[in-house]
Design a protein around this ligand. Structure first.
Ligand code: UTP
Ligand code: MG
Length: 849
């Protein structure tokens, strides 16, 4: 059977006169969605396949669809006559613009058959002469099509059985998952390469016949980023080692501009012996002609870039913008080899480059070399690992997926750099921080999707994102601090007990039902959620958080607002926290110079004083006055023997309720002055440099918290807790009693958490925490008379489903935000998540839950 090879991504033109069998061919060999037919587009815009007036609009639609598909990397077939050179040229151009190859399949059907078929067709009403004219054009096409820029052309008899073979592109190595050690430009620095490989755990032996035998550390593979030779002292040795490793399947190598030029030299082409190629040529003179042949074949086989690990990693010598990933086109190859140049030269006579990495927004990590840089500096998930070894810098490898770099110093300055490589001083802020916008509003769009590490996919809709932006831009702290927002928390289902809206038994039954056995119940403090980011030294605010000036850290609320309006109070309190952390030896123990702590700051009045005075106190005062007056009048009526007993009783009940209400909010009020009277109860050690501590159980978190709290009993508050084993009835009863005692004296209630921070029994994420509020506290939330008469019955009709889903989504986003921050991803990627939490908070869910 005749085979037709097509690249997996191509724009394929079917070419042939009417009735040559194009649509039949398309149906037989391609997916319905892969084929765009001009007739169909004509019908789409005019309801009539044969309407020639609609041709121009139809081709607009066709081009639009084809461009969309190609942009998404989808093979696309154009079912149209394609008999005119100009028409084909437009499609070839379209392929090129989308970095796809163009292919043509010309259908060779004799004119006799065209006429025969045409006679039988009821869907084509033109005359014989049209077919004849088209056939002439077909003949002309056969003569020119080979020179029209198609990567592949085939002339086929459509009645013959064919097999279409789709070739994966050479750059597609998505199945290779690593782990990799990705090494920057070597430029003949053989000794440094040996040292680096040894440091990375490879062992290298020279065998008799001048070939290297390499032992790789378990499962690892090297990726060379090109520019193996030139300028350095031992280019042939480098080539020998790299070729041996590639042949043994221990390394991949992509093509750099120097490799490309050396290849052209070896092929006998006329190239200038400059930029260090002269040295390589001299060194190669001492090698055998077989060796040179082998080098030539090797260099010839090198591909310009690879897409690896299911698309998560892209390597290219000079980097690569996202739209070129996995594409095979000459523009892509040129970019890989030389980078994007503006055509201008700088003061040293070197080409000025557009910095594609600044604009990079892709998901894949891009690792590249080509331009020597003084240090390792991630930018938008791209990294240049060419640290200028041949110029006296270092030879660097990136370990993937670990994202760690390993470098060895150069042993000499083998070549003087034309442009000075800046001294390796520690930059005040990183390239990423310099590029990070305060707030990237590109998140405001129809909807955006965040895939989180805990496996939940969260969709943020535009109207919610707009609400979040409003909060962020008007009220929030400097977004550079915002690495986390805490999730909302759901209460249990309504209690089955007559006098309760919430009760621990429903919490326990939720967790039991979901396969969790061990829980921790933590006292719910009567304060407000607070996130504290504490810097060991004020400079860390600049170097790690990208702030303009040094700062001790920040304390913010669950909606991203500054907790204290008074700057002195904030800095004093941060000082308290820093001292406790230092005294607890925390910085050394966690090898970090910052921490993000999650906890509760008390009293509530320190944040919500206005709310208490203007809302709760006002209700309390007017209700208690009014009810007292009513009772007085009713008493007088009763004295006159009027039948008001029932009314009086009701008013007395309401008066009691309002007294309890007043007592309740008084519990939340405590005088404070500066930091005096404040206390902080941390409960989660969220993140420190390089780590998010969500794989640690809550017992671990509480142990760490205890070590810190012990250092300062005035300002730090340890949370009381009880452990529950749901299979041990005694522990359940004890926890219920504890909750009853806590809440009887006006306590807010408790928070119940599975021991695991991210609870996924039965592989499904469940509520990471649930609150169970006391009856008196609920009075503040639901109103003074919530438990009188029929009110409680009515309030029991509540549904926690939406609240629970929200809690899971926000929880997932919060962890994802921390992980991205810790991986030093661009701020915009962190904000996508934090912003998502804020956006979800504008969802319409009963705020009393
Ligand atoms: P098609 O409808 O496939 O031709 O075949 P086409 O090239 O796309 O034509 P236009 O440009 O849209 O007008 C035309 C007729 O020929 C028959 C089909 O069944 C259809 O009736 N046919 C096609 C065959 O009989 N044998 C073939 O191998 C191909
Ligand atoms: Mg057709």
């Amino acid at each position: 059977m005749k085979e037709i090879e097509l690249p997996e991504l191509a724009l394929v033109l079917l070419v042939g006169p009417s009735s040559s069998g194009k649509s039949t061919f398309a149906r037989k060999y391609f997916l319905g969605t892969e084929v765009i037919s001009s007739d169909y587009c004509r019908a789409l815009v005019s309801d009539d396949e044969n309407n020639l007036d609609a041709t121009s609009d139809a081709f607009d639609v066709l081009n639009f669809l084809a461009a969309k598909r190609l942009k998404r990397g989808k093979l696309t077939v154009i079912d149209a006559l394609n008999l005119h050179k100009e028409d084909r040229a437009k499609l070839v151009q379209l392929a090129k613009e989308n970095y796809a190859l163009a292919a043509a399949i010309v259908l060779d059907t004799p004119i006799r058959k065209l006429h025969e078929r045409h006679e039988l067709r009821t869907d084509r009403n033109f005359g014989r002469q049209v077919i004849e004219k088209q056939y002439d054009n077909y003949k002309r096409t056969l003569k020119s099509i080979k020179r029209e820029g198609f990567g592949y052309t085939y002339v086929v008899n459509p009645e013959e059985e064919l097999q279409i073979v789709r070739q994966p592109l050479w750059n597609n190595k998505q199945q290779e998952t690593g782990p990799f050690d990705i090494i920057g430009d070597v430029h003949g620095c053989f000794d440094e390469l040996l040292e680096l490989l040894t440091t990375l755990g490879y062992s290298i032996n020279l065998k008799q016949e001048e070939a290297f035998e390499v032992q790789a550390p378990h499962g690892r593979k090297v990726i060379f980023l090109g520019d193996l030779t030139d300028r350095g002292p031992k280019s042939p040795e480098v080539l020998r080692l790299v070729m041996d490793m590639v042949n043994a399947g221990q390394a991949l190598c992509i093509r750099g501009n120097h490799d490309d030029k050396l290849l052209r030299y070896l092929q006998g082409k006329n190239v200038n012996l400059d930029h260090g190629l002269d040295k390589t040529v001299q060194q190669l003179a001492a090698t055998s002609s077989e060796f040179k042949k082998e080098v030539e074949a090797f260099l010839d086989s090198l591909i310009a870039h690879y897409v690896l690990d299911a698309g998560k990693l892209v390597v290219a010598h000079a980097g690569l913008p996202e739209e070129m990933h996995g594409r095979a086109a000459s523009a892509v190859r040129a970019f890989c080899l030389y980078g994007e140049t503006t055509g201008e030269v700088d003061e040293f006579g070197l080409p000025v480059r557009h910095d594609w990495a600044k604009n990079y927004r892709g998901k894949a990590m891009v690792v590249y070399g080509h331009t020597p840089v003084p240090g390792i500096d991630w930018l938008n998930n791209t990294l240049n690992v060419d640290t200028g070894c041949v110029f006296g810098g270092r030879l660097t490898a990136l370990r993937y997926p670990e994202r760690e770099t390993v470098s060895v110093d150069s042993k000499a300055v083998y070549s003087e750099p034309v442009r000075p490589i800046l001294a390796d001083n520690i930059a005040a802020i990183t390239a990423q921080q310099e590029q990070d916008d305060m707030l990237d509003t590109s998140m405001i769009r129809d909807k955006y999707i965040v895939d989180t590490s805990v496996g939940k996919r969260v969709i943020i809709r535009e109207e919610n994102a707009v609400a979040a932006l409003e909060v962020m831009s008007r009220f929030a702290i400097d977004p550079k601090w915002l690495l986390y927002l805490p999730p909302t928390m759901s209460p249990p289902e309504t209690s089955a007990l007559p006098d309760y809206l919430e009760h621990p038994l429903e919490v326990f039954s939720y967790y039991r039902k979901n396969g969790v056995r061990n829980l921790v119940c933590e006292e719910k403090h009567m304060g407000s959620r607070a996130i504290a980011v504490i810097c060991k030294y004020p400079e860390v605010a600049v170097t790690r958080f990208g702030m303009q000036s040094p700062a001790p850290g920040i304390i913010y609320t669950r909606t991203g607002r500054r907790f204290f309006s008074d700057a002195a109070t904030e800095s004093d309190f941060l000082d308290v926290l820093n001292k406790a952390l230092t005294a607890a030896n925390f910085w050394e123990h966690f090898d970090t110079d910052w921490i993000c702590l999650d906890g509760e700051l008390l009293p509530w009045s320190s944040k919500a004083k206005d709310l208490i005075v203007n809302q709760y106190a006002a209700v309390g005062a007017s209700a208690s006055n009014g009810l007292a007056r009513t009772a007085e009048v009713l008493q007088q009526a009763k004295a006159r023997k009027l039948p008001v007993d029932n009314m009086l009783e009701e008013v007395q009940q309401r008066a009691q309720a309002i007294d309890k209400y007043i007592a309740s909010y008084h519990n939340y009020t405590r005088e404070t002055e500066g930091i005096k009277g404040l206390s902080f109860a941390p409960f989660h050690i969220l993140a420190t440099e390089g780590k998010v501590h969500v794989s640690q159980a809550h017992t671990w978190h509480m142990e760490q918290v205890k070590k810190i709290c012990r250092q300062d009993e005035q300002y730090l508050l340890m949370t009381s807790l009880r452990f529950v084993d749901l299979e041990d009835e005694a522990s359940v009863t004890e926890a219920v009693n504890w909750w009853t005692e806590l809440t009887a004296t006006g306590g807010e209630g408790m928070v119940v958490k599975p021991l695991e921070f991210i609870p996924t029994p039965k592989d499904k994420l469940i509520q990471p925490a649930m609150k169970c509020r006391g009856s008196e506290y609920l009075r503040i939330i639901y109103g003074p008379e919530y438990d009188l008469g029929e009110n409680l019955v009515r309030l029991k009709q509540r549904n926690v489903k939406a609240k629970r889903e929200l809690a899971l989504q926000e929880f997932s986003l919060g962890i994802e935000a921390l992980e991205r921050f810790v991986r030093k991803e661009p701020l915009r990627r962190v904000h996508e998540c934090v912003f998502g939490v804020l956006a979800l908070e504008s969802e319409a869910v009963d705020p009393r839950l």
